[in-house]
Design a protein around this ligand. Sequence first.
Ligand code: 1GP
Length: 254
Amino acid sequence: MNVDWDEITHVTKVDPAKSLPSDLGVLEGTDLVLVGGSDGVTESNSLEAIERVTDVFSEIPVFQEPYSSSHVSRETIEAADAVSIPAVYNGDRDHFVGKHVELFTEVGQKPDELLGSSVPLVGDLIASKGVEVVAELADKLVGEGYVVQHLESTAAAVSGVDTAYSPDEVAGAALATEAFYDFPIFYVEYSGTYGGPGDVEAAARYLEETALFYGGGIDSSKKASEILEAGADAVVVGDCFHDDPETFRETIPE
Ligand code: 1GP
């Protein structure tokens, strides 16, 4: 699926470890669904959440955002439109480099399981098939430059984040995302609390091609508008979707 980033202003973050609203019709009008979380997530609950959303809304792109390569399987890759992988600038080394190399190492070692290859991985085929398999997965991979700014969040705890970035550093991370790493998404993550427009304003001035996502504590149309007016391309709404689906509807721009 080709995603038109210019069309994405509202993103719903579905945590597969939490229960989903019984009526998924509340998702009407959201532009993208990210399936992922930091606690209690498994391959099977990820797959179930992806399929529940795609069963109801086949036209909304659904990305799996795995926290660990163990959440990714051939089934999840096939069911999702893309696999988005966070690279956390202000986290520990594992969350910028380690887990990415681990994922690609696993792809090379067990492509059958991950991608359904039917070619036996023996002898000379290892090298050639390995390249094809990685290319196949790479087609579905979307890198996300992340800064995790709420130090009390589970996201910060599991990514080894113990220092929030200053607005100047957020701006630097945004510029690095667009000009150096070339990821399509730069994500200001305040998971669980509302961080306000400051970091978004700092990042927005450097981003042209890269989509600027802000997530954290969005539970009203006022907050969603404030973030979009500060220069974010999209707001990401998580907790409110699970906890209060009716209020969640108000976060979707008309
Ligand atoms: C979490 O950025 C998302 O990854 C959304 O945050 O759950 O606070 O809405 P909330």
